[in-house]
Design a protein around this ligand. Structure first.
Ligand SMILES: CC(C)(COP(=O)(O)OP(=O)(O)OC[C@H]1O[C@@H](n2cnc3c(N)ncnc32)[C@H](O)[C@@H]1OP(=O)(O)O)[C@@H](O)C(=O)NCCC(=O)NCCS
Length: 164
């Protein structure tokens, strides 16, 4: 089934439950009651991942700032897929498509993703989508009663362009 990204609608929200893996267990949180902002320049944005006609997950991003100017912003992306959609290449395809959108429609030089040292599926998925592991953010994320190391991944515009 073809995979595509589109803005999240209110009808999608009941399908975007999240928080069903240890990597997203941040304690009780309010369910999402409004769609993400689909604008690629939004400080906090997101899109739905659709397989055929079914919404199977979401991608979101926050803008990191490596300097005070616009040219030093880079989106850091995150993804969640429903359990039934995992392990079939959808995460790879969706993250590749989101990187394409950022490089085609904004001037960012770098798209980032962070994932737990133990999240092998996401590490592999990012690598297949063209991201490179560039280091470890040590003890960065508090979850399940402990701080966890995160691998930092990125794809640069020139790498994306040469891979097309
Ligand atoms: C992580 C996630 C986005 C990956 O998407 P996906 O569609 O399941 O992944 P893909 O099928 O595109 O690729 C997964 C790759 O990891 C590999 N993989 C999966 N589990 C693995 C494991 N335990 N050890 C090693 N490799 C593993 C698969 O074999 C595949 O690689 P291959 O194609 O070379 O065989 C998805 O599984 C998910 O939403 N998980 C729950 C939420 C989550 O962890 N989000 C990321 C938080 S940072």
């Amino acid at each position: 089934m073809p995979v595509r990204l589109r803005p999240v609608t209110e009808a999608d929200l009941p399908h975007l439950t999240g928080s069903d893996t240890p990597y997203e267990d941040f304690g009780p949180r309010n369910p999402r009651t409004a769609p993400y902002d689909p604008s690629l320049t939004a400080d906090l944005g997101g899109l739905a991942v659709v397989e055929g006609e079914d919404v199977v997950g979401s991608l979101s991003w926050v803008q990191l700032r490596w300097g005070p100017n616009e040219a030093s912003r880079s989106p850091m992306i995150g993804i969640w897929l429903a359990a039934s959609a995992r392990g079939r290449g959808i995460g790879t395809e969706a993250q590749r498509q989101l990187a394409d959108l950022f490089f085609l429609h904004t001037t960012v030089n770098r798209v980032e993703a962070h994932t737990d040292r133990e999240n092998l599926a996401e590490q592999r998925s990012l690598e297949k989508a063209g991201f490179r592991q560039e280091g470890v953010a040590r003890g960065a994320q508090w979850r399940e009663g402990a701080h966890h190391d995160l691998y930092v991944y990125s794809v640069l515009r020139e790498e994306w362009a040469s891979g097309r």
